[in-house]
Design a protein around this ligand. Sequence first.
Ligand code: AGP
Length: 368
Amino acid sequence: FMADKGNYRHFMAKEIHEQAEVVGRTLAHYVNFSSERVELPIELPFDFKDLKRLSISACGTAYLAGLIAKYWFERLARIPVEIDVASEFRYREAPLEPGSLALFVSQSGETADTLASLRYATSEKQHTLSVVNVPTSTMARESSVVAPTLAGVEVGVASTKAFTCQLTVLLSLAIAAGRARGTLSADDEKELVNALIAVPGQMTEAMKREHQIEVLSRELSKAKDVLYLGRGTSYPLAMEGALKLKEISYIHAEGYAAGELKHGPIALIDETMPVIVIAPYDNIFEKTVSNMQEVAARGGRIILITDERGALEASLDTMATIVMPSVHPIVAPLINAVPIQLLAYHTAVFMGKDVDQPRNLAKSVTVE
Ligand code: AGP
């Protein structure tokens, strides 16, 4: 296999732009478009309705996909979820009840710590379910069941399309779990499935903000530190935004739960620090707006990623507002992933960094 950049300057750009297509392909594998229901392409050796809890472990971007899935499994299926970075899970000797479910997320399926966690869970008699992108990988071979992401080969060290495909699979699984556990009605399921089906088109729409983001990234490239804030599923996405920016531009960035602002990071805010706020118009939007006001009152420069309604309601001076299409709140992280990826990408390109091969990083970390 020879990967090809097509008409793009970097694999990362190509992979960002491929997302509508590969998310659509992954979706078609898990969802029946005519019955508007999730139909898992895999045979589960357990029943979601018997589960008392779910433990998730993964590393890096895959971990952040898992953290978003925690919100989904808890909300849609009412399963208590614990999640760890795999390097902690493997050593903390978590008490696991035999017959529970341990879920792993990995693009490569070879990450040493995630694999070790999978082996620990197996030895503790857990059912193991892995969401992996490489079907021939060690994790795929050693798991009781594999839920594939159909992202295709991902070459860029910074994970992009694998992440949104992981989210697609994880949301499908959470919906299936909700149905099995009777926490989602048939109508709820249809609504959620239709929200998922709309994602590829909305991603294409989101890509249209690329020029605005490219211009904005020139400003971002001057920053020494960047803070990303979000609530709910936008909180893990804030961490993902910070991780992407760090990895490829080497600008220091942190992702925080917006509600934690007052508990420390607010001390950092001044005119020199851009604050990127991810806030779709949802039931916690107003809470995030009040955090933004706190930032603005201290001269912080806000880049707001929101949707049409949010842009209207925020009524706040921002350095920039990136307006995403209005989507069902449950799928917002899939859409808002696009601008945070583009922002990191263009900032790094503008700074002349090697975005596909950032210093010190390996595509898959197969040693501890
Ligand atoms: C993502 O941009 C990173 N390069 C990294 O955090 C990655 O997600 C992590 O190493 C996990 O890899 P995996 O998905 O192959 O297990």
